[in-house]
Design a binder for this molecule. Structure first.
Ligand code: CTP
Length: 399
């Protein structure tokens, strides 16, 4: 047994830069990690098994058919707190994106629930090829962290983006991932995503543009930091995240009912869903003819966040979101503070969604405001990055 967070698996794919991973292995050991190396068959053309065994001081298994009694793909997957694949070739990225498992390394990756860091290195043309770009996007969406390749001279005379990055960059990503992977361990986090819909008749509804991307990014980030996540989704088209308990609802009232049951048992609630503020007073179970659609009477929906925060127990943390249509920063800040205090929140993320911005996008921009009156201006960043920043704030409030 090793202390949590200290056991690391270094996968090495068949690229010329495999020799640079010998130094990476040494530096990881300097950081106190115990490293098992799993080279692919192709990579052994560049760096042999004896080198990896001598440098790691551990047995190296290179294929699925050796050491079978120990079932190495399962034991290595279970024991490793983190998997780093450096270099990750275009071929390996394609295999991982397709979920293939035709050698020891790809089997381990599929069998592991630990965080995974990919360090792609290849010729610039291969890195910018649409197939590779798509594969990297898919892998990022599935929670792989990608250390971007550096720019510079390649093995031949060519120049561009695709070089194996500086070892310090990889070590930084490893340390960040290890720290992050632990700081929400044992915490139960309830997250809402998407937008509720209020039916008018069997065909029509009142809804909003929320895609659910931010809530899903938060769920993925919280789970990879060790949290036990319950994701409540409203009308999203996103694929469910394996290993995360997910409950799908349609309306605000259904969401309120699920949260009423779950909230008392969670350490934190992150309410990133866009809840419809109104519902139709008289739902018609037959299609309303267009001539009669001139007036549809509405009724106010419950403010879910406001009522849950009234039953908040000591130690629980509540994070709200606010969608505004103002590009004026001080107006955004004011409505953030107003909603923070009227809903008794610990943290609120307020953003300007004018002109359809933010909804459906992979990017976001806004202000994080907390109950200590701290305001953090968030420049345009990915929703994944915002998730980690918000979780950092949440961790500090959880104490
Ligand atoms: N919210 C909620 N229940 C509602 C409306 C909103 O729980 N009926 C939550 C949202 O999930 C979000 C926060 O309250 O976390 C702020 O939502 P927002 O739509 O920006 O604010 P509203 O309170 O609806 O105010 P308004 O629409 O008037 O700006």
């Amino acid at each position: 047994m090793f202390p949590r967070g200290r056991k690391l698996l270094l996968g090495v794919a068949g690229g010329i830069s495999a020799y640079k991973s010998c130094d990476l292995l040494r530096r990881l050991q300097d950081e106190g990690f115990i490293v098992d190396v799993v080279p692919t068959a192709a990579s052994l053309n560049f760096v042999g098994k004896a080198t990896w065994e001598a440098l790691s001081g551990r047995n190296v298994v290179t294929d699925l058919w050796s050491d079978v009694t120990n079932v190495p793909h399962i034991s290595l997957a279970k024991e490793s707190d983190l998997i780093v694949i450096a270099p990750a070739t275009a071929d390996l990225l394609a295999k991982l994106a397709a979920g293939r498992a035709d050698d020891l390394l790809t089997n381990i990756v599929l069998a592991s629930t630990s965080p995974k860091i990919l360090v792609p290195a290849m010729h610039p043309e291969m890195w910018s090829n649409a197939a590779t770009v798509e594969n990297v996007k898919v892998l990022k969406e599935r929670g792989f962290f990608v250390v971007e390749p550096a720019e510079g001279r390649m093995t031949g005379s060519d120049f561009g983006v695709g070089r194996y990055p500086d070892t310090v960059k990889i070590i930084e990503a490893v340390n960040k991932s290890i720290q992050q992977s632990a700081d929400l361990t044992g915490k139960r986090i309830l997250i809402t995503a998407g937008g509720t819909r209020e039916p008018i008749d069997p065909i029509r509804f009142i809804g909003n543009r929320s895609s659910g991307k931010q809530g899903f990014a938060l769920a993925m980030a919280a789970a990879s930091r060790g949290a036990q996540v319950h994701l409540v989704t409203a009308n999203t088209d996103l694929p469910i995240i394996e290993g995360i308990t997910t409950t799908a609802v349609e309306t605000a009232e259904q969401m309120a009912a699920v949260l009423a049951v779950e909230f008392p048992h969670c350490d934190a609630l992150i309410m990133s869903a866009a809840v419809a503020d109104a519902k139709v007073l008289n739902y018609s179970d037959i299609k309303i003819k267009k001539e009669s659609l001139g007036t549809v009477e509405l009724d106010k929906n419950p403010d879910i966040l406001k009522s849950l925060s009234q039953s908040k127990k000591a130690g629980q943390v509540i994070v709200g979101f606010a969608a505004e249509t103002s590009s004026n920063e001080s107006a955004l800040e004011k409505s953030g503070f107003d909603k923070l205090s009227s809903k008794s929140l610990d943290i609120i993320y307020v953003n300007n969604v004018s002109g359809g911005a933010i909804f459906g996008s992979d990017k976001t921009e806004g202000l994080i405001i907390d109950n200590q009156k701290n305001v953090i201006k968030v420049p345009e960043i990915s929703k994944d990055t915002l998730s980690d920043i918000l979780l950092d704030q949440l961790v500090s409030k959880l104490g």
